[in-house]
Design a protein around this ligand. Structure first.
Ligand code: BGC
Length: 516
């Protein structure tokens, strides 16, 4: 038995070594008809976007941004460019204890943040799940659920004392038209949420109502988008930070804009003459301007989503959709007998994840792309998980090849968007604070994005992508702590009314190095 096993191992090793020697390291689909390779390449060709095409897309995005910022065009603009009422970035000296809620996907976090000054932050946090029934249910129940989770956390942290009213920063990562720092109307749901009765409502008021119903001693003093939180948290450490970028379940960016370019700004024009703009760039393309780069797979992903026709740019980039694009391409190639040969006929497992919408997670794309060389141990495991028993070498190589194309396209589109912002900010050094599971866990996303940015960013500008840990929560806490202090300095009318000032913009200590 021992000899048999050792013998098999030696033969296997020899076969593997021979295979390796005969196989170039780069992608190659072996053992199949050369025409099949051409057919596969033709399908994947539709995902390639040249540098020239990216440059055109950059011009289009810039036009959309200007439309979003123009009072005359804003109403019909797809990239909404919402002013956030955050007018400057922190300088690291902020101190205080603040609570934060971070809602942006199926996970929801409650955080207690201690700002220690000297750019030091301590935090404790707990993750809660948002059940599907709540994501798709009645709006007020969502906020009641958030309040319950917060109360649970506060009890554990011994924060339930009636004499103290804790300030809270709310990271709410959906498109909102802000009317002040603590006042924001949801314009539409994204990322699989469809709670009724929230669109057009002030979500800070809804949250506060839920907190007050339960007598929770907390006052929501600021609402921020996750991009803004990420920018702020990164700026706490790095003064060159001027952009916040999220590449996770959804995608979006924010940046510091000069007030004279923000025609829609209705606040005061005092120093610093700047405001952070939440772009909501996921909606780029919702007016068909990106149709020329969309594939039939993108169209299918869009049509079967909860928000067809919306968030077109997001659907080509973010984690909520990337796995699904790969799955649709795999199915298409399988239909054409170019992939998973032999699995189509006599396939009994049509309930397998490969055949179900959402059955191929974006984390699988990352896993598949982690494989180096021809062993494909991760890819094999993933394919078995989705219902392909004993995948062949070709199956693995092709699935990896598809994944690389889909994720590279996403990285290049995000990179082109970043290049627009960096060129527009036009300072010698620009740091981008980045967060999100796609960026964090995908093995090549950062590299592909940076490479494309180097080709598109004006040569005199140095840029840096900085991963921001827990940025969205920390940033909300930073904004909330400064908002709270600003509000406390106002003449006190009553304990309750001191916070009821939604239009107050926020100013940190640092003014931006002027001019851009
Ligand atoms: C939302 C944005 C958010 C982004 C990243 C998008 O779907 O509309 O507000 O910043 O996802 O979480």
């Amino acid at each position: 038995m021992g000899y048999a096993l050792t013998g098999a191992f030696v033969i296997g090793l020899a076969a593997y070594a021979g295979y390796r020697a005969a196989t170039p390291q780069k992608y190659l689909v072996t053992n199949r008809h050369p025409e099949s390779n051409d057919q596969i390449e033709k399908v994947l060709e539709s995902l390639k976007i040249s540098d020239e095409s990216l440059q055109q897309i950059m011009l289009l995005l810039e036009d959309e941004m200007n439309a979003g910022l123009s009072p005359a065009m804003h109403k019909n603009a797809v990239v909404k460019m919402f002013p956030t009422y955050v007018r400057s970035t922190p300088d690291g000296s902020e101190v205080g204890q603040v609570l934060a809620l971070d809602l942006g996907g199926t996970n929801f976090r409650v955080l207690l943040i201690n700002l220690l000054g000297h750019a030091q932050i301590n935090l404790t946090s707990k993750i809660f799940v948002i059940p599907q029934s709540i994501m798709l249910g009645e709006g007020m129940n969502l906020f009641r659920h958030l309040a319950d989770c917060l109360l649970d956390f506060m009890k554990k942290e011994n924060l339930v004392r009636t004499s103290v009213r804790y300030p809270l920063g709310f990271t709410f990562s959906f498109p909102c038209k802000q009317e002040g720092l603590a006042s924001a109307r949801l314009t539409s749901w994204t990322k699989g949420f469809t709670c009724a009765g929230v669109v057009n409502e002030d979500v800070v008021k809804m949250l506060q109502r839920a907190l007050d119903e339960k007598n929770i001693n907390v006052q929501c003093v600021a609402l921020v988008n996750d991009t803004v939180g990420t920018l702020m948290a990164c700026a706490y450490k790095d003064p060159h930070t001027a952009i916040g970028l999220i590449l996770g379940t959804g995608t979006n960016a924010c940046y510091m804009e000069q007030l004279n370019k923000v025609g829609t700004w209705d606040g005061d024009h005092s120093e610093p003459k700047q405001v952070i703009i939440n772009m909501e760039w996921g909606a780029f393309g919702d007016n068909n301007k990106l149709n020329h780069i969309r594939t039939k797979y993108d169209e299918e992903v869009d049509l079967s989503s909860l928000n067809p026709g919306k968030q077109i740019f997001e659907k080509m980039i973010s984690g909520m959709y990337m796995g699904e694009i790969v799955r649709l391409i795999m199915l298409d190639l399988m239909q054409q007998d170019l992939l998973f040969l032999g699995h189509r006929e006599g396939y009994s497992g049509y309930k397998a994840p490969l055949f179900s919408r959402g059955g191929f997670y974006t984390k699988f794309v990352s896993t598949v792309e982690t494989d180096e060389g021809i062993g494909f141990s991760n890819t094999r495991r993933v394919l078995e998980d989705i219902g392909i028993r004993n995948p062949t070498y070709d199956d693995c190589a092709i699935v990896q090849h598809i994944s690389r194309h889909v994720s590279k396209r996403a990285a290049r589109l995000a990179g082109a968007g970043m290049a627009v912002l960096i060129n527009r900010i036009n300072r010698p050094n620009v740091t981008v604070g980045v967060d999100g599971s796609l960026y964090r866990y995908h093995p090549r996303f950062k590299r592909n994005m940076e490479k494309c940015m180097h080709a598109l960013v004006n040569k005199h500008i140095k840029f840096k992508l900085a991963l921001s840990d827990d940025g969205s929560g920390k940033g909300a806490a930073l904004v909330a702590s400064v908002a709270d202090r600003t509000l406390r300095r106002k003449p006190l009318l009553s304990e309750e009314s001191e916070h009821d000032e939604p239009g107050t913009p926020i100013n940190f200590h640092r003014k931006f190095d002027t001019p851009y």
